[in-house]
Design a protein around this ligand. Structure first.
Ligand code: NI
Ligand code: MN
Length: 212
């Protein structure tokens, strides 16, 4: 699968976009109008996650996948949306998407992470969203995670030490750090995470695309 990084926690995985915070990200020069996708997943309504999600979904006639309350808000603006809640799976196009717990806060509904499986790839991705460390990450790991995308920026989410503990619980094949470097409050060094992490780590440069 092709992963493209827009900075902070914003990734495009093939045609699935997640937490697209572009406008207002001081490091990101991609405009919402430049992004092509079919699915937009939103983990929670903080502006550094919901970001440009509604605009980009509208531009692309893409389907928003989010917790019930955010999906309702999207639908009320005429956007295509699928509401769900923690523990459930939905199918959208070639993707199977499970909503999982995140230990965080939000204005609308409840914050979440996602398990993402694309047909024919045999891969399971755990996108943690914004979260602190929690023991039930072990249960998420029991699903067999190939790629774990984890926040490491500290202050608002796990820092490096807890993100390494998360990897110990999840036991993914590969870890991808996110939610760092955007603002002084989350200025941590992803290379330090890589040094401490017991599994392979892929660090994305801004705007970088990798086949994983
Ligand atoms: Ni947040
Ligand atoms: Mn955040």
């Amino acid at each position: 699968m092709k992963f493209k990084y827009f900075g902070h926690s914003a990734f495009l995985i093939d045609e699935l976009l997640i937490d697209p915070f572009l406008t207002g990200n001081p490091n990101c020069s991609t405009l919402p109008g430049e992004v092509k996708c079919n699915i937009v997943c939103i983990t929670h309504d903080h502006s550094d996650h919901q970001g440009d999600a509604f605009e980009i979904a509208g531009n692309n006639d893409a389907t928003i996948v989010a917790i019930h309350e955010i999906a309702q808000a999207a639908a009320s603006q005429g956007l295509e949306s699928i509401g769900m809640n923690i523990g459930g799976w939905v199918s959208v196009g070639e993707w199977r998407i499970k909503m999982v717990e995140a230990l965080h806060s939000s204005g609308m509904g409840h914050p979440c992470g996602f398990l993402l499986k694309k047909q024919g790839t045999g891969k399971t991705i755990y996108y943690a969203g914004d979260t602190g460390l929690f023991g039930d990450m072990k249960l998420i790991g029991d699903e067999g995670i190939d790629i774990a995308m984890l926040p490491i920026g500290d202050r608002y989410t796990m820092g490096i030490r807890d993100a390494v503990k998360a990897v110990d619980l999840i036991k993914p094949g590969l870890a991808v750090p996110m939610h760092y470097g955007t603002f002084p409050a989350v200025a941590v060094d992803p290379e330090e995470f890589k040094r401490q992490c017991p599994v392979e780590v892929e660090i994305f440069q801004l705007g970088e695309e990798k086949d994983l």
